[in-house]
Every structure is written in structure tokens, then in C-alpha cells.
Design a protein around this ligand. Sequence first.
Ligand SMILES: [Zn+2]
Ligand SMILES: [Zn+2]
Length: 277
Amino acid sequence: MPIQITTLSENTVASVNLLAEWGLSILVEADGYKVLMDTGRSFSAAYNAITLGIDLSQIDKIVFSHGHFDHTGGLLDILKMVKGEREVIAHPDIWALKYARRSERAMQYIGVPFPREAAETLGASFNLTKEPVWIGENIVTSGEIPMITEYEKIDPNLYVKEKDELKPDPLWDDQALFLKSEKGLIIIPGCAHRGIINTIRYAQKLTGVESVYAVIGGTHLISASQQRMDLTIAELLSFGIQRLGVSHCTGLPASAILAHVFGKAFFFNNAGTRINL
Ligand SMILES: [Zn+2]
Ligand SMILES: [Zn+2]
């Protein structure tokens, strides 16, 4: 089964003609399906697809890794190119009122930046579920990811507003895409807010496949402590990962450490990066 993974939007770009934008959008082609994992923050995914010669009108499904604006905000621009109804697979909590603490006093809304009806008018058909969704024989969305490691915690600056009260966001909506390949699992996290190791372990459990070939996407190690970094690296090494393409919320210091540890297996997965398997 040939697999192609093309990153359409990321904080940085791989080539001169593309747009960089804080966020993530990855096009996964496998099992005869074209699945768009996240849509970036605004129009960069749509713009970059045109620049890369990718016809987004052909995508079959859209998956949201979670409800933050930098993963969902490009949906309307994508839907305008799709023309027609498309299933959008996501957790129901993507519509929660999500906030981030930016300073002692400043809270910023960081949830989905458009009303649900606006997307539905343009053809979005939301499949909101907490469960995994098998898109093809070898492609599955994770659904809710159990948090089992001791050292992976959700960023304490992320909140959700319920009845005018701000509470820590449990990010139950955080999910990843898992692909089964001949070489092993390919794991595509959006932000891995519930922990990249938790995400990988759950991929193994859900698919029954032990070997992990690649991790491609956001790992949210941007604010990880030294201890969390050390424990995360030890587990990543124990999985025997052969391709580690980090993006977005991994952050530069963590990316530099991972590049050093993983050597040739490491690459920075930014907009325009394409992987063929
Ligand atoms: Zn996020
Ligand atoms: Zn993000």
C-alpha cells in the first residue's frame, strides 16, 4: 500500500514559494483515501496546496486533532475548494470554549474561530465522536487518548470556559491519526496535548501493532521540563522509531535535542515536506 504524507501548513516552510503560519495541516494519502489531518490557522493550507499542485477538491475526509484555532481555522477556505459535502471527524469537545493564559491577566480565546453553521453551510458534515473511526483498513483516528504516563501533563495554561467559569482544559478532544504500514505504525499527532508517549502507546493498543516506524507532526514538547524531555526521549528510543518528523508545537529547543539524539532518523516536518512510503 503506497502512502504519501504531505504537510500543507506549518509554522515554517520547506521551500521559498510557500506560506508559513502558526498551526498544522497534513494531507495523508493511504488505502486509496485522501485524508486531511487539520486545516492550519487560516488560508495557508489552501494556498500551499495550490502552490504544490495538490487538488484539494479530491479530499475524502477531514479530521480535526482538537479544537484549537491553529488546527481548525483553515476549514472554511478548504471547504470552498472542496465544493460539496465532506465528513469532518472530530471529538464533540472541539466546540468547547477554549482559552489560553498569555500572561497574569490576559486570557485569549483559542477555540474554533467560526460558528459550526458557517462550516455546515459550506458542506461540512460533522461526525463528532469520542471513539476511534476506521477510515480505511489501515487508517484510524484515535478518538480519546488515555493519559497513562506519570510525566506527561496537559499544558496548565490551557483552559475551557463552562458557565462563565474557566477550568483547566482536559483536552479530551486531542487525537491523532494512526496508519498501519508494512514497516510499522505511522503516527500523526496534531499537537499531542495528552502526551506524545501516551499517543504512541495508545496507537499500539488500538491497532495491535507493536513496531512504530514513524512519528510525523506536533509533539507539544515546547514547554517540556528537562525531566519530561529525558523520559520522552528514552521511550521514543525504546520504540525503535526510524523516522521522526516533528512540527509546530515541538518548539525549537526540543527539536534541536531530538535532532541530535535521532540523527538521520530526524527531520523537521514543515510546510512542503513530503514523505513517500
Ligand atoms: Zn493545541
Ligand atoms: Zn497547535
